[in-house]
Ligand binder design. Sequence first.
Ligand code: NAD
Ligand code: ZN
Length: 417
Amino acid sequence: MNATKPTHNAEKNPNVNTQLDLAWSTSCDVAFQHRVWWSDHVLAPGNAAFAAALAQVHGQCVAFIDSGVAQSWPEIALQLMGAFAALQPAHGDTTSHLQHGAVAATTPTVAPSLAHVGIIPGGETCKEGLKYAEHVAKICFDHGVNRHGAVIAIGGGAVLDAVGFGAAIAHRGVRMIRIPTTTLAQDDSAMGVKCGVNMFEQKNALGCFAAPWAVLCDEHFLSTLPIEHWLGGFSEVVKIALLKDPHLFEQLESHAMGITSRDLKIASPILRRSAWLHREHIVRGGDPFEVGSARPLDHGHWSAHRLEALSHFAVPHGQAVSIGIALDAFLAVEMHLLDASVATRIIQLLRSLQLPIWHPLLEAGEELFAGLEQFRQHLGGNFAIPLLTSIGASREVTRIKAEDFRKAVTTLRTLAS
Ligand SMILES: NC(=O)c1ccc[n+]([C@@H]2O[C@H](COP(=O)([O-])OP(=O)(O)OC[C@H]3O[C@@H](n4cnc5c(N)ncnc54)[C@H](O)[C@@H]3O)[C@@H](O)[C@H]2O)c1
Ligand SMILES: [Zn+2]
């Protein structure tokens, strides 16, 4: 019902009600539990984290595996079946109720059972439009998965996003268990509460907020990750360190060599710290579903998303974010927010992590700059981009001048050549 402002005429007319017709306004809290486990060999029979994640799951479940993971871990579907088989005794079963002729007065619990394991193309291919998300939803219907069952996704951030969207729209939301297998998915994306696909030539144009039922991180999966994607995930660590944790930034500086040589002993605490900080922002930052305008975690992302789309997703997200961070650092310098020496230090770190600071598409000037407006529309609300004021501190800016953008691009071009 529309609340209309009293007009001059209405004030004169005693028959017109100038009060709001009816207003029922009550706040309604919707709580969700955000659960993350770090566990080795998460699919080994009897793994405690896997059992805990599925403890409240009942009935049919389906799983989708990233094609890159399936290729590198050919036994994974069998392992998953074994993990489900090992769960059976722990769960109650309705059969005993039925045998005794009792009509279940309480909700029957049916042990979770794995009805389907499918392969989903890894990387941005699975986020091309609705095809794979719809496929996931269809499989849920084909196999009788309801809201008490679960969809399990094993893979990189792209597969988690596409499968997560399919799960979120099936029956208006089937529980989703994420098993992230890339550095980026473990240190950032799997901790989040978003999912979605690319559409209308725009990154994540369709999607929704949907908190995962559980996240199970197993760092063993990282051993088969192609080097480009191993490194790419550290751009999100640089981002969160720049925004929130100067000590983490220093750790990255001192351990860059260990990271680039894929020393998991060195990388693991860094990845987990990043995951913790991303998760803390979501569970304690006060705006998990991004109702307001502030988007601190999107530092470096307005140009990154645009670069990804302009390159037809040839530039992976992690590398695009690295370039976006470099660009935002020099934008902050142009806007007198950040000292140039700090921006230079950031560039040095990105380089020592073998992350890019430049792409020829930055020359696309206007087209790239248009990403700002796209980003604003995508996020909604007032335009607000977080730019750094020092390492560990940022400020929301509400306007970026094209001239400052051009100067920042020129500086990056010079540094990269
Ligand atoms: N929902 C969110 O909050 C959020 C946050 C950040 C990023 N993202 C999204 O995440 C995506 C990027 O994710 P990503 O960096 O994890 O890369 P990715 O999902 O694109 O995967 C990269 C490649 O690695 C392969 N792969 C994955 N795990 C593997 C393994 N263990 N061994 C061998 N190959 C493996 C995949 O098949 C793919 O080819 C982007 O679409 C980005 O938009 C989402
Ligand atoms: Zn990102």
